[in-house]
Design a protein around this ligand. Structure first.
Ligand code: GTP
Ligand code: SPV
Ligand code: MN
Length: 598
């Protein structure tokens, strides 16, 4: 059987720990071939051809979309699976009440059994990758062993993959180990498991996004959050953007919104005409690693190298930078296919041409009862394609963060924007974030659930300890970012969104930045600061004064209900729930009672 050591003359690495581990996994999975990925263009062309020949990728019209391909998932495998995602810490207490837990030995036993001989007749790709800018002290090296060429081609876009990763690793044994086997892509045999203490990820039975591209949610967030707690930093489900004023002043913010709640859109926002001269630059659209800097500020890097973005709703009108990012060298997953070999989805600028087939390859028209593109269909695009990419994305030290924004999808209660009064109150805002569920994970869509810091599916350890870590970070950052909450999704009685959103969010962002720099007004309410009429520039925007008032209103009775329902969530965390946050909740409630004269 050919394993890495039998081919050692050609091996690109002399790293003993790595070679031994690759051998060990090959002995178990028994692939016909072991292929080490170098990340070169030549290799990409070869893998792409293999994927097309195997029917894994469909070549798109190369005149219209050079370097672009379509992948159709197994219809049972189109989103993350939270009920099959496990944190395998020695005790259940360490994983906490919000995570599914399996004892490490039990999990390994199960996975060894499933993976025994699983790559027979297949290729095992060795994918070395770096999360974070090359050479950054914040960056981490991972090695993913996978039998999916689709995963390899996606990892090549989403991470710094190949030789640079092996160079950065050298002969160190400190790398994340990731094992990924497709098996028969059957939900009955699907497990996404994490072993934080061993820096190990083992994922089987799914080829989809966050389940299979192990650098993303598994390493950068679940394992990342565990390492961050241990090492004194934060690994967060946040976009990072930079704003440049007409005077050339640059400010950076990081924002956590749950899956499919607007991170990519916000990170690539195009300011409206009223803001001519203002520029927004993308540093990252999904994940941020934040570290206290020697200057007392909090600095952020984007560990990723590309965008795994939600396709439906993306158009030149709503997000032209995303559309430009997918004009070339992009992989599309589960979108519709037009007869001229281009892609289509709901919410694109033009209707689907006649002869379009849906994400499963079936004839589709606008009268079809099902969607043409799967609601969680995605594009995988290199960030280098983004016309508004920040020039600091490769800076090893990252960018300094002035404001942190938490946001959810809430039809009621949460105003357009709300500023916390201090760090603890800001952490409270993040910890109590609620959002209506979306198609990014399997399960019912549209139910409000608590999604603290947008990390409910991604925190790799006990949620109460995570909150405590957030509170403790205050002592490590002399000049902490100001913390805000936003809600682009509040609805009027008629069910329509009160706020136009997208580029118009620039108006809110400007208030946030001005507040963070202590340059503009606001109104104190019992639950935080909101803009007064006139504090947010609405010129040139077609919104009635009533709609704006309704969008920014704080209804104390709604908040009482909100604060009451939060108790249940806090109680569910149990003994690790920090007293400071429990007391913060009670304080807010008693302040409301006091101002209501009760
Ligand atoms: P993940 O990649 O799953 O983490 O999602 P994301 O947070 O990056 O969300 P994305 O920007 O892709 O947006 C998801 C959905 O929200 C899309 O259908 C958008 O059209 C919609 N959306 C984004 N921004 C806004 C907004 O400001 N207002 C409204 N009403 N909808 C928005
Ligand atoms: C999310 O669901 O938050 C995503 C997509 O960004 S996935 O990579 O599948 O997690
Ligand atoms: Mn995400």
């Amino acid at each position: 059987m050919p394993t890495s050591s039998t081919q050692s003359a050609k091996l690109p690495s002399k790293n003993k720990a790595l070679l031994n581990w690759v051998d060990e996994v090959a002995l178990l999975t028994k692939p016909d071939r072991v292929v080490w990925c170098d990340g070169s263009e030549k290799e990409k062309d070869r893998f792409t051809k293999e994927a097309v020949d195997a029917g894994v990728l469909i070549q798109l019209n190369q005149k219209k979309r050079p370097g672009c391909y379509l992948h159709r998932s197994n219809p049972n495998d189109v989103a993350r699976v939270e009920h099959l995602t496990f944190i395998c810490t020695p005790t259940q207490q360490e994983a906490g009440p919000t995570n599914k837990w399996m004892a490490p030995d039990e999990a390994k036993q199960k996975l060894v059994q499933l993976c025994d001989g699983a790559m027979r007749g297949r290729t095992m790709y060795v994918v070395p990758y770096v999360m974070g800018p090359l050479g950054s002290p914040s960056s981490k090296v991972g090695i993913e062993l996978t039998d999916s060429v689709y995963v390899v081609l996606n990892m090549r876009i989403m991470t710094r993959m190949g030789k640079p990763a092996l160079d950065m690793l050298g002969d160190s044994g400190a790398f994340n180990r990731g094992i990924h086997c497709l098996l028969d892509v059957n939900p009955e045999r699907r497990y996404i498991t994490h072993f934080p203490q061993e820096n190990l990820i083992w994922s089987v039975g799914s080829g989809y996004g966050g389940n299979a591209l192990l650098g993303k949610k598994c390493l950068a967030l679940r394992i990342g959050s565990y390492l961050a707690k241990r090492e004194g930093w934060l690994a967060e489900h946040m976009l990072i953007l930079g704003v440049e004023s007409p005077e050339g002043q640059k400010t950076y913010v990081a924002a956590a919104f749950p899956s499919a709640c607007g991170k990519t859109n916000f990170a690539m926002m195009l300011p409206p005409h009223r803001f001519d001269g203002w520029k927004v630059f993308t540093v990252g659209d999904d994940i941020a690693w934040l570290r206290p800097g020697p200057d007392g500020r909090l600095w952020a890097i984007n560990p990723e190298n590309g965008y795994f973005g939600v396709a439906p709703g993306t158009s030149y009108k709503s997000n032209s930078s995303a559309m430009k990012s997918i004009e070339k060298n992009t992989l599309f997953t589960n979108v519709a296919l037009t007869p001229d070999g281009d892609i289509w989805w709901e919410g694109m600028d033009n209707p689907a041409p006649a002869g379009t087939v849906d994400w499963q390859g079936r004839p589709w028209t606008k009268d079809s009862t099902e969607k043409g593109a799967h609601p969680n269909s995605r594009f995988t695009a290199p960030m280098a394609n983004n016309p508004v990419l920040s020039k600091h994305v490769d800076d090893p030290e990252g960018v300094p963060i002035s404001a942190i924004i938490f946001g959810g999808r809430r039809a009621t209660t949460v105003p357009l924007v709300l500023q916390s009064v201090n760090w603890v109150h800001g952490v409270y805002m993040g910890a109590t974030m609620g959002s209506e569920t979306t198609a990014a994970a399997t399960g019912a869509v549209g139910v409000v659930r608590r999604d603290p810091m947008a990390m409910l599916p991604f925190c790799g350890y006990n949620m109460g300890d995570y909150f405590q870590h957030w509170l403790a970070m205050r002592a490590k950052v002399k000049y902490p970012p100001r913390i805000f909450m936003v809600n682009w999704f509040r609805k009027a009685k008629d069910g329509k969104f009160l706020w136009p959103g997208y580029g118009e969010n620039m108006r809110v962002l400007k208030w946030i930045i001005d507040r963070a720099m202590v340059r503009t007004g606001g109104e104190e309410t019992p639950v935080g600061w909101v803009p007064r009429e006139g504090d947010i520039d609405l010129s040139g925007l077609d919104i009635s004064s009533e709609a704006f008032k309704a969008a920014t209103a704080v209804d104390l009775n709604e908040w009482k209900q909100e604060l009451t329902s939060t108790k249940e969530f806090f109680d569910s965390i149990g003994a690790t729930m920090p007293a400071a946050l429990k007391l913060q909740r009670e304080l807010l409630l008693s302040v409301i009672d006091a101002v209501q004269g009760k």
